[in-house]
Design a protein around this ligand. Structure first.
Ligand code: UD1
Ligand code: CA
Length: 454
């Protein structure tokens, strides 16, 4: 099959300089959702129609496609309408295979629906369209049928009469068409309408004029075909998709305490007995082991969390891993490839960046740990920090097993604190500390007796 994705429109209604199809829905560009929906149509000849300055769209599609499929790109010189966009793709279509046409701004259409749509195509008709009924059809093309319910044409909102505007059956975007028929009819489309555009939807009336029957599939779930033309519709799409993912997780036993107050943008894999409290935002790929508890208002992005871990309220964890039986938060921040070992405790207001923390280590309060390798059974006191940046470069801190770092300590990297060493509270440590040594680096206390306050 040929698959054409139209993505060359200017997206004027978004009022944004970013191409419409690159606007993100649940953390991914809109067009990637469309590509997802055709993931099982592997053998297809995929043609994406882009504008002349569409390298960002091209790169996004290529990145998504990687080893999976080899997309082709057709350039639509001017955004003269969907009919003209299809015309730009026509030379790249294989004549002896049918063509599926999709809109890059209809991101929620599912793979199952497209499979149903494509099933037994050309049995009765060489032209099939996907429709649905919606309460507020404003902005969509209306399906015009005769008394025998046969499709006659699609009328665009701008050209519709008051009576036609009351029709609630709308054109969803997807079209399946015999490619010979497509190539024949596309040449006849004119800009004779209120918007002075070439409409792809005019193909329908043209086909009917040529005595071709138009078949249709009506989708019951109209949420799938939401067209995203405005920021408001983008938010609506995000809410619909997030809601669907949440419903799926609830069915699979994820204990989401407040499903109406959980923003699931990415995908979660989870084991038994996992609870998620209110107000969380999950992005990217999240893996949660059994008995994991995620506290309220926690933000997770691309995170692996093993069994029996508790993440307390208001923690922000990105690109990181937490091994089993550890607790993190409240108000903890982990980022850039942190690995927290087993049985660890990362407490409130602790920020860890690009560091590995060994098993049974604790940093319970108010710390910054950056570019560090920390061993097992280490205690990092309240207010201890790694000074990893000298104004130009970042440097590494190594803290070996069984080290005790006293409160309010500055460890000036590059530095090594060897096995079993102790660092006295309030120290500024600039030289390596030998194993089992006590290191204190602070001004000696001066005491003036009988001090009189003025
Ligand atoms: C279109 C349909 C409408 C349908 C609705 C479904 C037409 C004329 N109307 O309206 O019947 O109900 O989608 O969501 O087709 N594009 C190009 N080049 C262009 C113009 C658009 O590639 O010159 C692409 C856009 O990037 C977009 C898609 O085609 O991905 C749809 O274009 P848009 O202008 O959004 O059409 P609608 O007005 O939504
Ligand atoms: Ca649209």
């Amino acid at each position: 099959m040929n698959i054409v994705i139209l993505a060359a429109g200017i997206g004027k209604r978004m009022k944004s300089s970013l191409p419409k199809v690159l606007h993100q829905i649940c953390g991914r560009p809109m067009i990637c959702h469309v590509l997802d929906a055709i993931a099982t149509f592997k053998e297809s000849n995929i043609v994406v129609v882009i504008p002349p300055n569409g390298t960002d769209i091209e790169n996004t599609v290529r990145h998504f496609a990687r080893a999976k499929f080899e997309p082709k790109f057709a350039i639509q010189k001017k955004p003269l309408g969907t009919g003209d966009a299809l015309k730009s793709a026509a030379p790249l279509l294989k004549i002896n295979k049918p063509t599926l046409i999709l809109f890059g701004d209809v991101p929620l259409v599912s793979n199952q629906s497209l499979k149903r749509f494509a099933k037994n195509f050309e049995k009765n008709s060489p032209f099939r369209i996907l429709t649905t009924k919606i309460e507020k059809p404003k902005g969509y093309g209306r399906i015009i049928r005769n008394n025998s319910k046969e499709i006659l044409s699609i009328r665009e909102e701008a050209d519709a009469s008051t009576k036609e505007k009351r029709i609630v059956e709308i054109f969803a975007g997807p079209i399946l068409i015999n490619t010979k028929v497509l190539k024949g009819l596309i040449q006849d489309i004119k800009q004779d309408n209120k918007q002075n555009e070439f409409y792809i939807t005019d193909l329908v009336a043209k086909a009917v004029k040529n005595n071709l029957a138009i078949s249709s599939l009506e989708l019951e779930d109209s949420r799938e075909i939401l067209g995203v033309n405005t920021i408001r519709q983008k938010l609506e799409a995000e809410a619909i998709l997030s809601q669907k993912k949440i419903e799926y997780c609830l069915e699979k036993g994820l204990q989401i305490k407040d499903p109406n107050n959980f923003n699931l943008r990415g995908d979660i894999n989870f084991k038994a007995n996992v609870t998620i409290d209110a107000g969380c935002v999950f992005d990217g790929e999240i893996n949660l082991g059994k008995n994991v508890e995620i506290g309220p208002y926690t933000i997770l992005k691309n995170v692996n969390i093993e069994d029996n871990v508790r993440v307390d309220a208001f923690s922000v964890i990105e690109e990181s891993e937490i091994k089993k039986n550890s607790t993190v938060g409240p108000f903890a921040r982990l980022r850039n490839g942190v690995v927290v070992g087993e049985n660890c405790r990362v407490g409130n207001f602790v920020e860890i960046k690009n560091s590995v923390i060994g098993n049974s280590t604790k940093a319970s309060h108010l710390s910054y740990i950056g570019d560090a390798e920390i061993g097992k059974d280490v205690n990092i006191g309240a207010g201890a920090i790694t000074c990893n940046y000298d104004g130009k470069d970042k440097h590494k801190t190594t803290i070996e097993d069984n080290v005790f770092v006293g409160s309010n300590t500055s460890l000036v990297a590059p530095i090594k604190i060897k096995k079993g060493a102790t660092i006295g509270a309030g120290s500024c440590i600039t030289f390596d500390a030998p194993a089992k040594s006590l290191n204190v680096g602070r001004a000696k206390q001066t005491t003036i007796k009988n001090w009189k306050k003025n």
